[in-house]
Write a protein that binds this ligand. Sequence first.
Ligand code: GLY
Ligand code: MN
Ligand code: MN
Length: 436
Amino acid sequence: MKQSEFKKRRKQLMQRVGKGNIALIGSAAERVRNRDVHYPYRQDSDFYYLTGFNEPEALAVFIPGREQGEYILFCREYDETKALWEGAHAGLEGAVKHYEADDSFPIDDLHEILPGMLENKGKVFYPLGRDPDLDHSLLEWINHLRGQTRRGITAPGELVSLEHILHEMRLFKSPAELKLMRRAAEVSAKAHVKAMQACKPGLYEYQIEAELLYQFYQGGLRHVAYPSIVAGGKNACVLHYIENKDVLKSGDLLLIDAGAECDHYAADITRTFPVSGRFTEPQKQLYQLVLDAQSAALEQIRPGLPWNAAHDAAVEMITKGLVELGILKGRVKKLIKDEKYKPFFMHRIGHWLGMDVHDVGDYKVEQEWRLLEPGMVVTVEPGLYIPHDYEKVEEKWRGIGIRIEDDVLVTQGGYECLTAGVPKTIDEIEALMQAA
Ligand code: GLY
Ligand code: MN
Ligand code: MN
């Protein structure tokens, strides 16, 4: 992502924050895994969105109209020893030269410098509740300023959620963001295809996970967007199954929900296919129903339609289908009203997708479902899960879990599927697996 993109975002943010006010946001902290080993570092999405700066121990400050510079970055000072052991870091000079901060200060001097920046500001835009230490410091600085009024200083009078402005911006993807999302989708789609080709009875779920990770890395993407779900047979009915430890059996389905991240932008794909390469009759019937529900939902993805229309369309298709298969009994309308489909389809049709897999942005505006607009990216992921011990349904259905998930961009004319690279019809899947 080019620096000009981050700059554009900062400009938009400052316009919304307005002169006389200030906005602050901290970087993500490094997290200890054990002793002196850390988890792989992932920058806070909001912080990265505005700065492109990928280091911990940093804080970005935005002061619209400040003559000495509107964008100030507090970060770690350059340290030769650190550079020798851990590699490059920007330092104060780099923050200005490479990240286009107007000014930079050592993070160790935050407590001396920042209170002065808060003087005489009206509102502080800040994401309260993420970093208890920083929350505490901010309130202390503001309190301290309140005690200084005799010097003619005013303390900020209002704390405002920074997320509200920022997340509205993040909901609409720019061409530069879509380029990264397309890459994440393309590499992830290829990984799903390879996983289907590699699958056979007797392998373990983690061996299929290894195939996915191999493809992500080969594609240059070293972060998963979320832990991969590789769930054979009844494990697919556990929505967030990530143990991936069981052996794959002929006659079972395999549900894979996996996506890579490309420069902080996620893909999120699910496919379900037979371990042996051929669906059984009951599996075919349920699979086709989920696929039909996805098609019905996708028809509701276009500008001007409410976000919930896709969910309602999927619920209707699934409920009708369950009645036809004898899994539910009664009138479709009444079954929907009584939410009788919920034991089998218990999640929503999807979510916004972007830097976070469950991306930011409001789903309702003034209590009403939001209307879709071009530039939004959503997942469409209906599923059916029949618990293995659910005795109210015929045995042939039990222990089957199916989800089909694609990532779609809302366009002027409807939608564009970013994850079309993985087959999903019964014939396509069987043909791909037979050819492997
Ligand atoms: N992979 C998480 C989800 O599908 O929402
Ligand atoms: Mn999803
Ligand atoms: Mn998913």
